[in-house]
Write a protein that binds this ligand. Structure first.
Ligand code: S6P
Ligand code: ZN
Length: 194
């Protein structure tokens, strides 16, 4: 980092055009997660394997913009989570803590209908809060977060987080979230993971 953070940032990172219909941002690499990558995330492993026997659908795509910089800088990612279910559980993201646990994040809903499962690391307490167009979700530090698409169209959102946040998927892989979001009588319902 030089004395001029403004001059250190590539011009193409200062203003980035996006289309909420795709998760693509210029030529930045897009991470694509398919069902096989999320086999451990869904509660109904058998239902997962039935789908995987025939196909490996694309569940979500994320493109991150991570400008150079040090303390105090921000990164952000544009995500698109497609609609669908495995058994009665709605499509979801892997979910993570930030490696730097105090790092918070703000999500801005752009399109679609869904929510975020938030789980406090110390107590296991959780909240399921709406994420949709024109809704902003605040994810406090020390909180695992996972996006869930409960609608019938792609759920698009922007997540903005401190540059030093980092992603810790290991803790979720070991224990997963305590709650799951399933369809019951046509409606999204939060229940305990059995
Ligand atoms: C990053 C932010 C999002 C997620 C994205 C995919 O801090 O929370 O951009 O990376 O929603 O979820 P996951 O759990 O696969 O990273
Ligand atoms: Zn995050």
């Amino acid at each position: 980092m030089s004395a001029s953070p403004l001059l250190d940032i590539r011009p193409e990172d200062l203003a980035v055009a996006f289309d909420p219909a795709t998760a693509h941002l210029g030529d930045r690499p897009t991470v694509r997660r398919h069902l096989a990558d999320l086999r451990e995330s869904f509660a109904d492993r058998a239902a997962c394997d039935v789908v995987l026997a025939n196909e490996n659908p694309l569940l979500y795509e994320v493109t991150a913009v991570e400008p150079a910089g040090g303390d105090g800088q921000l990164h952000y990612g544009l995500g698109i989570l497609y609609p669908g279910r495995v058994g009665d559980e709605y499509y979801l993201t892997k979910g993570h803590y930030h490696s730097h646990r105090p790092a918070a994040e703000v999500y801005v809903g752009l399109r679609g209908e869904g929510g975020m499962l938030l789980e406090d690391e110390a107590t296991g307490e959780s909240r399921f809060v709406p994420l949709r167009r024109n809704t902003i979700v605040y994810v406090p530090g020390h909180t695992a977060h996972r996006t869930v698409n409960t609608g019938s169209e792609p759920l698009a959102y922007l997540g903005i987080y401190p540059a030093n946040a980092g992603h810790d998927y290991g803790a979720i892989a070991e224990r997963n979230f305590r709650k799951i979001v399933v369809e019951r009588e046509g409606k999204p319902t939060v229940v305990d993971r059995r």
